[in-house]
Design a protein around this ligand. Structure first.
Ligand code: AMP
Length: 215
């Protein structure tokens, strides 16, 4: 079956890390709305400036902006043979609009993978997370250290802490997740396409569970 995939999960569940592994394995584009907003911010576009005002506080960027961004991205040629959405949809309205986009481009979502991680673990993961300023590769101050402190193993870029990776913004992000994103679990359960995985497992073990779902 065509690999049209959504990765669901709370902030810190490991969506980005697993998305990179899955998209490499299946050779499909990794579409992360968070990365797209951060890229727009780096390029100082109007979209970037707008997104920043929400992201820094841990709030969701308004639906209309996010949906049109994804709609445009999914219409590109490289999505013809599948894609993975990381961090989208995050609201029921986004999910409903995604259904319509899927119909238009004739590529409905076939798999939703929900990564489960207990809330106590999320806080440690988020507050200790560091990312490469250049390529976005994720690290952690104790669990996933780079070979040289502050330097990305992959590209030599500087490691930084995301502005929204602090306790205060995390509280808002978790509230947003529970209020707006969690209802998607029921939405996709009703469609019979959701699969739960245990995000506290070792990355290789988790990847083999995911491959089993996607085979
Ligand atoms: P992420 O990198 O997925 O953790 O996203 C970082 C931030 O980008 C979120 O806290 C939101 O402010 C914004 N964002 C990313 N994806 C979405 C989305 N689908 N809808 C609204 N805001 C989003």
């Amino acid at each position: 079956m065509l690999k049209t995939i959504i990765l669901l999960g709370a902030p810190g569940a490991g969506k980005g890390t697993n998305a990179k592994r899955i998209t490499k394995e299946f050779n499909i584009p990794h579409i992360s709305t968070g990365d797209m907003f951060r890229e727009a911010l780096k390029n100082e576009t109007e979209l970037g400036k707008l997104a920043k005002s929400y992201m820094d506080k841990g709030l969701l960027v308004p639906d209309e902006v996010t949906i049109s961004l994804v709609k445009e991205r999914l219409a590109k040629d490289d999505c013809k043979d599948g894609f993975l959405l990381d961090g989208f949809p995050r609201t029921l309205h986004q999910a409903e609009e995604l259904e319509k986009i899927g119909e238009t481009i004739n590529r409905p979502i076939n798999y939703v993978i929900d990564i489960n991680v207990p809330e106590s673990v999320l806080k440690d993961r988020i507050c200790g997370r560091r990312v490469c300023k250049n390529c976005g590769a994720p690290y952690h101050v104790t669990n996933l250290k780079p070979k040289v402190e502050g330097v990305c193993d992959l590209c030599g870029g500087e490691l930084i802490q995301r502005k929204d990776d602090n306790e205060e913004a995390l509280k808002t992000r978790l509230d947003e997740y529970h209020r707006q994103t969690e209802p998607l679990i029921e939405f996709y359960s009703k469609k019979g396409i959701i699969h739960e995985v245990n995000g506290t497992k070792d990355l290789d073990e988790l990847m083999s569970d995911i491959k089993e779902i996607l085979k």
